[in-house]
Ligand binder design. Structure first.
Ligand SMILES: [Zn+2]
Ligand SMILES: [Zn+2]
Length: 261
């Protein structure tokens, strides 16, 4: 049985096909998923998924790429964090990939938003779901400055170097691999996946984006997460059952989700 630790089932590409997706998940032995929040405006929809289905959970947070949306303060996030089935703060972090002509200095608002999330995670004792793109150094620095090792969490959809993985592991964080690890050009990332200890690995789809090979370019869904597991199994020289069991146990301990009975 597999867990998708990061998906966006509230996005329009997926939200209209929920029953079909759930059927595909169960055929693919994907028994649980964490639905990730990207704006406060979206939260009710994400939370509704987690309360409607006993194998879905959700996070609360505002994505670094979300602009022109309500800016959260610590109190906003704490209120959401105490609702049932909210198991993480995020996704949050830094993304300097889409600067749209701005300087990194001008992205101060992203760094301030990230700090708000880390403070909320510490105050609520929930783990962080961290998104980082072209901003690894600042991401690690801010996590350290804000004492994020006290909450832990996951670097999701990991695409950074082995050194960044190592620093994240030192901070007590998990590393989550997505379909990108199956892409032909992702040679360096596959080396990182070999390096990260199995007891700190998670798997995810980040659906609807980043469908793994052989579905690359199609709309992704949690049902495809076993393809990420297969790639990890090959890289680590273990069976896919070993990967499924380890990533499920890691998911349960990180997000304090009870095992299925
Ligand atoms: Zn992300
Ligand atoms: Zn995401």
């Amino acid at each position: 049985m597999y867990v998708d630790s990061h998906c966006h089932l509230s996005f329009p590409e997926l939200s209209g096909n929920l029953l079909e997706i759930r059927r595909a998940m169960s055929e693919a032995l994907v028994d649980r998923a964490l639905c990730i929040c990207t704006t406060l405006e979206e939260f009710d929809k994400v939370h509704a998924l987690a309360t409607a289905f006993d194998n879905f959970w959700c996070s609360a947070g505002v994505h670094p790429d979300s602009e022109g949306v309500r800016e959260p303060n610590v109190e906003d996030l704490l209120q959401l964090a105490q609702l049932p089935r909210v198991v993480a703060i995020g996704e949050t972090g830094l993304d300097y990939y889409r600067l749209n002509g701005r300087t990194i200095d001008a992205m101060q608002w992203q760094r301030a938003r990230f700090r708000v999330h880390i403070r909320a995670a510490r105050a609520s004792a929930l783990p962080l779901v961290v998104h980082t793109r072209s901003a690894a150094e600042d991401t690690l620095r801010i996590l350290r400055e804000e004492g994020a090792e006290q909450t832990g969490g996951v670097f999701h959809c990991f695409t950074e170097s082995r050194d960044v993985a190592s620093a994240a592991l030192d901070l007590g964080f998990h590393i989550s691999f997505s379909g990108i690890v199956t892409f032909k050009a992702a040679t360096e990332l596959r080396e990182v996946a070999r390096f990260v200890p199995l007891d700190r690995c998670l798997i995810e789809t980040d659906s609807p984006y980043l469908a793994p090979v052989p579905f690359r370019g199609k709309v992704n869904s949690p049902a495809y997460v076993p393809w990420v597991a297969r790639q990890l199994a090959e890289l680590k020289g273990v069976t896919v059952a070993v990967i499924a069991r380890a990533t499920t146990e890691n998911f349960q301990s990180l997000f304090r989700v009870p095992p299925l009975t």
